[in-house]
Write a protein that binds this ligand. Structure first.
Ligand code: ATP
Length: 437
């Protein structure tokens, strides 16, 4: 994959570190490749991304349920799924500049130095191996899951029997996955430990194609509803030579990152591969029993599979704006209000005036029950506004001398920078209403 064409990524990486969104993992030890930690604001942002997904995937639907299965599952799972035999990347090293690439990411020319002289391809299984129990021998080998999907298939009968779902229905899951990625990542785009948001949607075989198209549309729209600009998203259908061993059809939802168009999420029609494989390997019948037609069959599976970290990065990149306001550079994260880590900052205009400070602190306390708020009095107001703009805080509420007399405060809108006087007793309703719509 090409390196950053411009300095936007550098600016975002630096903003993320400076403002506590994303830190390099283990940086006191010199860092750990392809590993990143989310700081105080990043943790909020990532939670908001996952909550928005969960609401859309589970709470707003009648045909979906959630699941939270384990990271380590029975090792036979990975034989049945094909990961033990097929989950390989083929890597080559450029003999001239010594950079390492995935064969499927380059043509016959080194993207770094232009040479065409590569080493022979070598295959690496991406799964992390571990051992269960006291003895580390071949019989105790287990793997950290490279995708969350298999936990869903293993629980197919459990979910049907406990929730009485009828086809078509789906199971959604968010959780950590692990892949021993050996090529250099672009910030959080490629990590060894990352989170996925996955849906396995079970349908009658004859409805699978329609269902696949419908999920593609819905997942594409989800990113747009949460603020991604339409021109920065595209669908790319996989060619038949590119399809995974199980897939009948697959399309990627791609985002126009500063380092090029890259996959945010894959939507695949997996046919009946998974349930059939697990039935065969476990000896347990995972067919669906149609009570009305009195017949049993393996449902087809449509799988929208996205990454929390890649989605979060795309939201950050898309929200990043620089503009000149009254001769000064303003950096603002125009994150959607659902995703913004902080919704409201309460700022006293004069921190030396006790009445103002206590009024501001009381306002923050009242608002924090329903909205994520902060109180900040550590700089002059201009600087406080700039700090909040940089992390995407949707509203700033300022308490000034006049507030003590007229019981009104100034509410400043992040995007328009317009300011409005709002009565203190109306403030909660005003803000919750604006943040809802
Ligand atoms: P790539 O080709 O970029 O390695 P993939 O096609 O192997 O990705 P999938 O197996 O389809 O990825 O995984 C589904 C989703 O999980 C991806 O669309 C991505 O959002 C996320 N994902 C996969 N691998 C990683 C990773 N190493 N770091 C962060 N997110 C990842």
């Amino acid at each position: 994959m090409a390196q950053p064409k411009n300095d936007v990524m550098d600016k975002i990486v630096s903003l993320c570190k400076r403002r506590g969104l994303i830190f390099q993992s283990s940086d006191i030890y010199g860092g750990l490749a392809n590993s990143w930690d989310y700081g105080p604001l990043g943790a909020e942002l990532k939670r908001n991304v996952k909550d928005a997904w969960w609401r859309a995937a589970v709470h707003y639907r009648d045909d979906m349920v959630g699941l939270d299965s384990g990271i380590i599952v029975h090792p036979t799972t990975w034989k049945a799924s094909g990961h033990t035999d097929n989950f390989y990347d083929v890597l080559v090293d450029c003999k001239k500049c010594k950079r390492r690439f995935r064969v499927d990411h380059i043509g016959d020319t080194c993207p770094n130095c232009g040479s065409k002289d590569f080493t022979e391809g070598r295959a690496f299984n991406l799964m992390f191996k571990t051992y269960l129990g006291a003895v580390a021998d071949e019989g105790s080998v287990a793997y950290l899951r490279p995708e969350t999907a298999q936990g869903i298939f293993l629980n197919f009968n459990n979910v049907i029997n406990s929730s009485r779902k009828k086809l078509p229905f789906g199971i959604a899951q968010i959780g950590k996955s692990f892949r021993n990625e050996v090529t250099a990542g672009n910030f959080t785009f490629r990590m060894r430990e990352f989170e996925q948001m996955e849906i396995e949607y079970f349908t009658r075989p004859e409805d699978a194609e329609t269902c696949y198209r419908e999920w593609l549309r819905q997942r594409f729209d989800w990113y747009i509803q949460l603020g991604i600009k339409k021109e920065n998203l595209q669908l790319r259908a996989h060619g038949s030579d590119e399809l995974a061993h199980y897939a009948r059809a697959c399309s990627d939802i791609e985002y126009n990152f500063p380092f090029g168009w890259s996959e945010l999420e894959g939507v695949a029609n997996r046919g009946d591969f998974d349930l059939k494989q697990h039935s065969q390997f476990s000896g347990v019948d995972l067919q669906y029993h149609d009570q009305v037609a009195q017949k049993k069959f393996f449902p087809y599976v449509i799988e929208p599979s996205g990454g929390v970290d890649r989605a979060t990065l795309a939201f950050l990149v898309d929200a990043y704006h620089e503009e000149v306001v009254e001769g000064r550079n303003r950096v603002v994260l125009k994150l959607s209000k659902d995703l913004a880590p902080i919704k409201v900052a309460v700022l006293p205009l004069l921190k030396k005036k006790e009445d103002i400070v206590s009024m501001a602190k009381k306002l923050k306390k009242d608002l924090q029950k329903d909205l994520v708020c902060v109180y900040d009095d550590t700089a002059a107001i201009g600087k406080l506004y700039r700090r909040q703009d940089e992390i995407g805080t949707v509203f700033c509420v300022t308490v000034d001398v006049q507030s003590l007399e007229d019981q009104c405060v100034t509410v400043r809108n992040r995007d328009t920078m317009e300011q409005e006087r709002v009565a203190v007793d109306q403030l909660h309703a005003y803000l919750t209403d604006k943040l809802k719509n």
